[in-house]
Design a protein around this ligand. Sequence first.
Ligand code: XIL
Length: 563
Amino acid sequence: MELAHRPAWRWLVVPLAAVMTAAFSFAAPASAQSTLRQAAADDFLIGVAVSNSWLNNSTFANLAATHFSSVTAENEMKWETTEPSQNSFNFSPGDQIVNFARQNNQHVYGHTLVWHSQAPGWVQGLNGTAMDAAMQNHITRLMQHWSDDIQRWDVVNEAVSDNNGQLRNSFLLNAMGPQFIENALTYARAANPSATLCLNDYSIDGINTKSNAYFTMVQDFIQRGVPIDCMGFQAHLILGQVPGNMLQNLQRFASLGLEIWVTELDIRIPRPVSQQNLQQQANDYQQVVQICQQANCDGLTIWGLHDAQSWVDSTFPEFDSPLLWDDNFQPKPAFNAVLNQLGGGGGGPGPTPPAPPTNLTANAGSNSVSLSWNGSSGATQYQVHRALGASGGSFSQIGTTSGTSFTDNNVSPNTTYRYRVTASNANGTSDPSNTVTVTTSGSGGPTTPPPGGADCAVTYVANDWGGHPGFTADITIRNTGNTTINGWTLTFSYTAGQTIEPPGWNGTVSQSGSTVTAVNASWNGTIPPNGTANVGFNGTAASVGNNPPPTSFSLNGTSCTVS
Ligand code: XIL
């Protein structure tokens, strides 16, 4: 049985200019490279999602051509565009992108053959047999039309549900049943036997219910001989939330013999964006590129070139600024971080990040935890990461320092935390230090509520996903007191067996039994009098419609009014 389909000649079809670029990047020190594709190792493609409307802008086109060795069509190869009515194909938007790639010696990553979204109405109305035939025709026509140029396709996009490890409830699943995925892969192999076939999804970057579902699925496919060659991790990330186990996750898929791609990387920042946020974003980007290199990714694609192009503004209005260049095509700190990391990760001798800090120790009081560690040679900064509880929960960065100690003042009494520290310099970030687990002491007597009672008001809104027990919760915390809140931990309990999906966004959310704890992110811990902070997460109710809101909330041990 063939584990993964890897035609030996695939990499021989490399244009001369790309070979010269590769040779140049090998010969010159990485730091001397000024474009991403020059800096990258020759077996690591660095990609960007482009759209025809932006390719008409010459600044955009120049940057896309000079910095990237692979392009993905942001929308132009999706079903609604390529086959707007049945068996009537419109290849010209996709052809324009392919022509751009040809002119610039770039690979094209095909995106996407089968997806529940951006699919035309006509296909959604077909019965199972007719839909399966239409799907085969669609896959075959697209793969054959672009067989000279596209050697890698997202065959099925976003097939798994967000929270329960089941297949996503979609018109595809409803009409064709779960076998639509393997049918699509089988049709794709037949349409172009030399193409690399990928499954692609978001929120599978770390180890979680959703990525476990894919892991089980592809193991089963491999065992049964269903064609699958590659796994695409979209990596639409939120600032400060690179999953702590992303490397392990990518490696477990790689260990099945699959090619690994980070396919749609962007890192969105909650508004308003500060300079500090942009530095953190650079750090996050650098980490993802490094993880991808360490997992032997075949490539990494960023979901757009500059912030003005990004889908984030319209899709996640509370967030901004997710890409490497700003609205005016100026490179952001994240650009330099990616450039350095690509150059430093080439495998040969070259700049390397510091070694991990060692001997991390922690001392806890009731309202603070002091950390210290042995420094790493060449480090210019240390990043402190914290997770809630003795196990589970994910790490998020809570602070940085240039020294070798740090005090975390944003802790609650009687609470267990895990800490670890990474070291960085211009070449990248180290692996994490040892992890320490520590429990803060009791607060030493009853706390006196401030005069007038609670100094916080909490608004909890849960939007149910119709017909499904899933929901998205958004919590607003208002400081109704006269003093600034510096760091917050919000706790509340569910009464109807709801479960939440950590770590959430705008903070870190975890659950123990029915109790949920939300801790501020590094950028929203300070709430001035009358100011607010938000935290959000997805959850699942025990059954559809049975989702009563929590009735009491407590912030840093003081109960809040519910508004
Ligand atoms: C997005 C595009 O960026 C937007 O322009 C479009 O309106 C919606 O789709 N996952 C995917 C991509 O696989 O195709 C999506 O692209 C982003 C999420």
